[in-house]
Design a protein around this ligand. Structure first.
Ligand code: FES
Length: 125
């Protein structure tokens, strides 16, 4: 895997993410030196999203198995701890104990070779 550019959190291989809801974790270190973990997820044929693996309810990871974060019945990201449901495109919690709060979304752009995406911090919505 190439070294991420200075303004990037990570470079992630999106090629295994072929179906809606396919997701993987990635590790990053922010500008303060804090280690974190993100999620890269395919929403549809043309859309990938990335967000911090951090539920706004209790501040814990959304789940240890990224393949189980997406519920295709309503196309939501679901926190494994208490079942809060989030719109993967906006990050908004629309159902659950942190309703109205957001996942921290990251910007993504194409990476140096096909299938690789560069994840950048974009802040809150
Ligand atoms: S920690 Fe995610 S819903 Fe409670």
């Amino acid at each position: 895997m190439p070294t991420p550019p200075a303004d990037a959190l990570a470079i992630v291989d999106s090629r295994p993410l072929q179906e809606p809801g396919d997701a993987c974790h990635f590790a990053y270190t922010d500008t303060s030196g804090r280690a974190g973990r993100g999620v890269l997820m395919r929403v549809d044929d043309h859309t990938l999203v990335a967000f911090d693996d951090h539920c706004p309810h209790w501040g814990v990871p959304l789940g240890e198995d990224p393949s189980r974060l997406f519920d295709p019945r309503d196309a939501s990201v679901v926190c494994a701890m208490h079942g809060a449901r989030f719109d993967p495109r906006s990050g908004l919690c629309h159902t659950g104990l942190c309703e109205g709060q957001h996942l921290t979304r990251f910007q993504i752009r194409e990476g140096p070779t096909a299938g690789l995406v560069i994840v950048k911090r974009s802040g809150l919505f």
